[in-house]
Design a protein around this ligand. Sequence first.
Ligand SMILES: [Fe+2]
Ligand SMILES: [Fe+2]
Length: 144
Amino acid sequence: MNQNGKNNEDINYRPFVFGIEKIDAEHQRLIGIFNCLNEKAAKNESADFKQIVEELEEYSCYHFNTEETLMEKANFDEIEEHIYQHQIFRQKINDFKTSILFGGSTLETDMVNFLRKWLLKHIAEVDAKYVPSIKKYLNQEKTN
Ligand SMILES: [Fe+2]
Ligand SMILES: [Fe+2]
C-alpha cells in the first residue's frame, strides 16, 4: 500500500531469493512480467495488457513445471498441496483472460491486485517450504 492508500506497487524480487539459481532466476523473470503488467494497467494500455497476460500465463506454466519436477525429484512431502495451488492459479488466470475479453480496465486492476497478492503469498509461504528439500537434493546431485 502506498501513501495514497492505493496498492499499485511493483514487486521487488530480492526479498525472495532462495539461493537456488534456476528458481531465483525464474522468480525474477515472473515478477518482471508482473511489474510490466502492472505498468500497462496503470497506463490503461489494454492491448499490451492482454499480450502480457499471455506471456505471464505461459511463463508461469513453465516455472510451475520447473518447481514440480524439482519437488518430485527431491521427494518433497507437500508436493500435492503445492501442485494444487498451482492449478488454482492456472484456473484463475484462465477465468481472468475470459472476463477481460468482455470487460474493461476495472477487471485489469482486479487482475493485477489478485496477481500481486497471490505471487507475494505463494513465493513467501508456499514456495519457501520446498527450499530445504530441494537444496538438499541439489547438493546430493552435485556430490554424486
Ligand atoms: Fe515459484
Ligand atoms: Fe510454486
